[in-house]
Design a protein around this ligand. Structure first.
Ligand code: ADP
Ligand code: ZN
Length: 604
């Protein structure tokens, strides 16, 4: 949640500023203007001008005398003096005794000067400032101060040129969305039969899987305007702005219908409302406004709302009930075929060698999202430039997978010889245990070049094809493979290091899931002890069992891992010679490919 709370400024604050500006104007600026027209002279000049009968109007005040020359083109002032015969002399000079020499500005002009002008200046200034503020906030919106009205330009542009073909893979999602496109093209086909389109569609899936792209592609395919706003933008504005922004967004959308409204990160406003008093009022107001707006228009106005989230479970049920976001479109991580297609789409943007094996790359990048795959291609291109080559090669791509997954090579990390030896044995331990178990994926590549992510070595395992089901044996073998690194340290050095922490974490996770979620232990049968609460972001779980059962689970997790750890140690002891041989190779070369590995393993 990146809610930015701006300090709340009461309306009185702004009225205060207006009043101040007006006062300043009346007391400083206007008198100043007047002063410009009046020139001060000494009393002698006044006397002389009177003598020469060059006096037009005259006004004697308590602390000054104002007068003009005969043709009244200039105004003078001077200080008063004890001058007994002054009035007589002025009378003789045919001066006109007046009381309004300065009152020359018309009342309308003075009203404009003292009231309208300052207000106008203030508004211009205010708009300029709010525009600056918007620019800093990153949005292209503008608004008036505190008036609860945002004339927001949330609107993006008619089509961003993205079509379905630019979104690789995700065929199921595209199929669901194709219906929307068809509806936007020929709504009559649907209305004639009495069907109405869902108002809202929820795109759910992990980050970087192309949800935004898909929404843009729907607009692109249907050739309709695309309004987009991110959920967090609703809440980071001034207090009270969220709701009015929603109102505005829908007003604009209805004017431009048919169109697509896309709300990214809807979970920031659409979180379940809890009973807490004094919760986030702002967000609730915004959410309520959104619900009201969605109910407020008829399903066939042609406004389709797409929203994206990666935490669907946290959404308020009111949002997902029929009539609002009632259709849910999963946008999952791409499978092997999808990954290959995404790589190809992005590879078109860079110059590559002719014979790139994208399938191999896709296979190595298992679990990568579309955004990560796009990043892999870009990293490969950067690496080609770094090596002064004109095109991206297969090895650039392979290296960049490691960069994206494990971080850059750390050029100046210096391992002592002993450490390097331990890391080599550790990694070969993983690989050897994997290779000796029939159900494990073969090793693709091992390196012991330190990475910026902190990994000292790195074993890349690659699954052949897609795996949707894992058997108990496969999971056990996986645990054994994970313990293989530590097992090798024990077998060779009879001591252990901190290098296995990540392995331990992963092994524990698998063992735990086997018992609490997959029903793979005899004692608990098919009872779920844990539920996944956060499917797309890390997969956090929450326990749902008694404290005693928890203790029981913990014991069993230890048991599962112990058995596999012992198995790994046994495998390595049996293959001690191969272990030494492979570790020596890796120690010297720092990298070993799957082929080299197998050659030595089955070797001469
Ligand atoms: P999300 O909204 O799901 O977080 P985006 O739609 O913003 O993800 O995708 C981020 C970037 O990842 C896109 O700009 C695109 O380059 C790349 N990408 C993601 N999925 C795909 C895909 N299926 N096909 C092509 N590119 C993709
Ligand atoms: Zn390890």
């Amino acid at each position: 949640m990146n809610e930015v709370k701006k300090p709340k400024r009461p309306l009185i604050f702004y009225y205060g500023i207006v009043a101040l500006v007006i006062l300043a104007f009346n007391f400083l600026f206007i008198p100043y203007l007047e002063q410009l027209r009046v020139s001060e002279v000494d009393y002698g000049t006044f006397m002389q001008m009177t003598e020469e009968k060059d006096i037009g109007k005259v006004e004697i005040q308590k602390n000054q005398i104002l007068f003009t020359n005969k043709d009244e083109s200039k105004i003078f002032k001077t200080g008063p003096m004890e001058d007994m015969g002054l009035i007589q002399r002025l009378y003789e000079a045919k001066a006109v005794f007046s009381s309004e020499i300065i009152e020359e500005t018309s009342p309308i002009l003075s009203f404009i000067l003292s009231w309208i002008l300052p207000i106008a200046i203030f508004i211009v200034l205010g708009q300029y400032m709010s525009k600056k503020m918007m620019e800093r906030a990153g949005g292209g919106n503008s608004m008036m101060f505190g008036m609860g009205k945002s004339n927001a330009k949330i609107y993006v542009k008619s089509t961003s040129g993205i079509k379905f073909k630019d979104v690789a893979g995700e065929d199921e999602a595209k199929e669901s969305l194709a219906e929307i496109v068809d509806y936007l093209h020929t709504p009559s086909r649907y209305t004639e039969i009495g069907a109405s389109m869902p108002k809202g569609l929820l795109l759910v899936g992990p980050p970087g899987t192309g949800k935004t792209m898909l929404a843009k592609a729907v607009a692109g395919e249907a050739n309709v305007p695309f309004f987009s706003i991110s959920g967090s933008e609703f809440v980071e504005m001034f207090v009270g702005m969220g709701a009015s922004k929603v109102r505005d967004l829908f007003k604009q959308a209805k004017e431009k219908a048919p169109c697509i409204v896309f709300i990214d990160e809807i979970d920031t406003i659409g979180k379940k409302r809890d009973g807490n008093i004094g919760g986030n009022d702002e967000r609730e107001q915004t959410l309520n406004q959104l619900l009201t707006e969605m109910d407020g228009f008829d399903g066939n106005t042609g406004v389709i709302i797409l929203a994206a989230t990666n935490r669907p479970e946290s959404l308020d049920p009111a949002l997902t009930r029929p009539g609002r976001f009632d259709r849910r479109i999963p946008v999952e991580l791409p499978d092997l075929k999808g990954r290959e297609e995404i790589l190809r789409v992005h590879a078109k943007k860079v110059k590559t060698d002719k014979n790139i094996d994208y399938t191999a790359i896709a296979r190595m990048a298992s679990g990568a999202s579309g955004a990560e795959l796009a990043n892999i291609i870009n990293e490969a291109a950067l690496s080609a430039v770094r090596n002064h080559r004109q095109t991206v090669s297969q090895s650039d791509l392979e290296e960049s997978i490691e960069v994206v997954i494990a971080g850059y090579q750390k050029k100046n990390a210096i391992l002592t010889d002993k450490e390097k030896m331990i890391v080599a044995y550790h990694e070969i331990g993983h690989a050897l245990v994997a290779a000796k178990q029939t159900d494990s994926a073969p090793v693709q590549k091992i390196t012991i070049i330190p990475r910026t992510s902190g990994a000292l070595g790195y074993t890349m395992q690659v699954d052949e094809g897609n795996h949707y089901l894992m058997s108990k044996e496969e999971l056990e073998n996986k645990i054994a493979t994970l313990t293989g690194g530590r097992a090798a340290e024990e077998v060779i050095f009879h001591s252990v290091t901190t290098g296995a922490s990540n392995d331990i974490e992963q092994a524990t996770k698998i063992a735990r899931a086997m018992i609490t979620r997959y029903g793979m232990s005899a004692d608990f049968d098919m009872v779920a002890m844990e539920t996944v609460t956060n499917q797309y972001l890390g997969g956090d779980t929450s326990l749902a069992c008694s404290a005693q059962t928890q203790a029981d689970i913990d014991k069993r997790v230890v048991e599962v891992i112990r058995i596999q750890h012992e198995k790994a140690v046994a495998i390595l002891n049996e293959n001690r010679k191969k272990l030494d041989e492979l570790a020596k190779f890796l120690y010297e070369k720092e990298t070993i490919t799957g082929e080299e590995f197998l050659k030595i393993l089955h070797g001469e």
